[in-house]
Design a protein around this ligand. Structure first.
Ligand code: NOJ
Length: 574
């Protein structure tokens, strides 16, 4: 959408910071233990104080809530658990009055199985909407409904096969996520038209753009006869469907069509798991009119073993630098990065790449500084600005996330309860979904009722009220970072250059614009570190850091304390 603040050549999001709200866990106002839209309205000043520019709302549409709203049964209504369309309009107005934009989550790779489109599609093989979803007969020569008879060997991202057998019509439908999330068939032009119509309806209502859920899954690899290919898999198991179900041959065509039909100057950010730098560039090169930026996954998968998110290993910092550095370089000339550590699908970064016990404040602020000084648009996920930690649940009963519960069910025969709990504690999405900790009262100020998922007991010390009162808190550091992004052209547009790629403890890079240069250093260690940064930095000024006393520079070296981050500025010639 056109913006009066936008200089002719630089889009506004080069200067913007986005805040993500997972409504279920943000603020409850009616005591049912589930966050709601009036709760967000009540807390708008928190966003204003932080200074962010855009609010991205995870799904609030009508939904059976099988995957907490990522299974939509009516795209043009609000789920009663969250409020009404009028509540949404009020929130939109409050945000716009304060100069904030609203980005809605758009989940159009799949619907709920309770969406009228799917209900019709399922009703008979000759229903006009049959082809709106992926219906296929059993594998040739096999009895429908028996193990291995699925049309392909694709596994669901939520464990088990990606196909469900429908007894009534005898065929299978595809669901890359849960069986209540059937995939829409984007090959069908009527589907695309219906989605574009719905998107325009929201934009006309006043929303400013979309975050597009798993948008690179909308084009699948389909043979000329409509067949879908098998994927590599261990004997007798289902394979990762990504190779056949992601980044298919028509992805760019579909996105360009969407751009023409819907956006026309309005905005979209795509979530794109399994996307390479080259794909990312094609998707976000402004000349191609597809997306404004993409969320990639490589940097949040580096601590995963072969078993994926529940198989967590220590991070090797060199891998993180190499990965983010590659994305920075790959999108330097064309394209744009979305920068994030946390979201509703990721364990909390301070518990993951930081130290949430001995150095919570230091490591949370260091991680914030390093991320926000990259080139791209930074995203803050609710609670990240408070230094909220993983849930540290100790029983299976505390978990709510469908992915975690399905995985635990599938692995129960192989792993002991203690092992299951260890894996979930490290990798579960519920780590990010515990209620926002507003204060130190019984339910952290989130609800007067019983919360849908337990509040983290550490809210007695980690909470917004305490963070606000402490000038050196994580919260105030985030405020300064948001302000820096608004004010500093080097932070917005400076070229990125990675330093010290082989140092196992220090993250180091420069950003340069004209004759201005920033040096960004972050220690990923509790032990003192020395960064060999080369000459010319001893007289540099401190832009931002996470310790109150001055940074120690000595000739070509900068000494860093436990989890210290510093950003220095100097003028360079020519
Ligand atoms: C990605 C979303 O972020 C996640 O929460 C959801 O489970 C899947 N897409 C399916 O919609």
């Amino acid at each position: 959408m056109p913006d009066e603040l936008e200089p002719a050549d630089e889009p506004w999001w080069t200067r913007a910071v986005v805040y993500q709200i997972y409504p279920r866990s943000f603020q409850d106002t009616n005591g049912d233990g589930i966050g709601d839209l009036p709760g967000i309205l009540q807390r708008v000043d928190h966003l204003v104080e932080l200074g962010v520019d855009v609010l991205w709302l995870s799904p609030i549409y009508r939904s059976p809530q099988d995957d907490n709203g990522y299974d939509i049964s009516d795209y043009e209504d609000i789920d009663p658990a969250f409020g009404t369309l009028e509540d949404l309009d009020r929130l939109l107005e409050a945000l716009h009055e304060r100069g904030l934009k609203l980005v809605m989550d758009l989940v159009v790779n799949h619907t709920s199985d309770e969406h009228p489109w799917f209900v019709e599609s399922q009703s008979s093989t000759d229903n006009p909407k049959r082809d709106w979803y992926w219906w296929r007969p059993a594998r040739e020569g096999m009895e429908p409904g028996t193990p291995g008879a699925e049309p392909t060997n694709w596994g669901s991202f939520f464990s088990g096969p990606a196909w469900d057998h429908d007894e009534a019509t005898g065929e299978y439908y595809l669901h890359l996520f849960s069986r209540k999330q059937p995939d829409l068939n984007w090959e069908n032009p009527e589907v695309r038209r219906a989605v574009y119509r719905m998107m325009r309806w929201w934009l006309d209502r006043g929303v400013d753009g979309f975050r597009m859920d798993v948008i690179n899954l909308i084009s699948k690899t389909v043979g000329p006869d409509g067949s879908l290919p098998d994927v590599p898999a261990e004997d007798g198991r289902y394979g990762q469907p990504g190779v056949a179900a992601a980044n298919g041959p028509r992805l760019h065509e579909f996105l360009q069509e969407m751009h023409r039909e819907v956006f026309d100057g309005r905005r979209g950010v795509g979530e794109t798991p399994g996307t390479t730098v080259e794909h990312g560039r094609l998707l976000t090169d402004p000349a191609r009119h597809e997306l404004d930026m993409v969320f990639t996954f490589e940097h949040v998968s580096l601590d995963h073993g072969p078993g994926g998110r529940f198989d967590v290993h220590p991070l090797d910092l060199r891998d993180l630098k190499a990965t983010l550095g590659r994305w920075q370089a790959g999108l330097a000339e064309a394209g744009w990065n979305a920068l994030y550590w946390d979201n509703h699908d990721q364990p909390r970064i301070v518990s993951r790449y930081g130290d949430d016990v001995a150095y919570r404040r230091e490591s949370a602020t260091m991680l914030a500084i390093v991320l926000h000084l990259h080139r791209g648009t930074p995203y803050i996920y609710q609670g990240e600005e408070l230094g909220m930690t993983n849930a540290h649940f100790t029983s299976l009963e505390e978990y709510r996330d469908i992915e975690s519960l399905r995985w635990a069910d599938a692995e129960r025969d192989r792993l002991s309860e203690e092992q299951l709990l260890g894996c979930l504690a490290a990798g579960s999405r519920d780590n990010a979904r515990t209620p926002v900790q507003w204060d130190d009262t019984a339910q952290a100020g989130f609800t007067t009722g019983r919360p849908w998922i337990a509040v983290n007991p550490n809210h007695d010390t980690i909470n917004a009220a305490a963070e606000r009162a402490d000038p050196d808190s994580v919260f105030h550091l985030y405020r300064r970072l948001v302000a820096l992004r608004h004010e500093d052209p080097v932070v917005q547009r400076g070229d990125f250059h990675l330093l010290l790629p082989d140092d196992p403890h220090v993250y180091a890079f420069t950003r340069t614009l004209g004759d201005e240069q920033l040096l960004v250093l972050g220690s990923f260690s509790s032990d003192p570190q020395v960064a060999e940064v080369g000459p010319g930095w001893s007289d540099a000024s401190l832009v931002i850091g996470n310790y109150t006393s001055p940074v120690a520079t000595d000739g070509d070296r900068v000494a860093l304390r436990s989890w210290e981050a510093v950003v220095l500025r100097r003028t360079v010639s020519g």
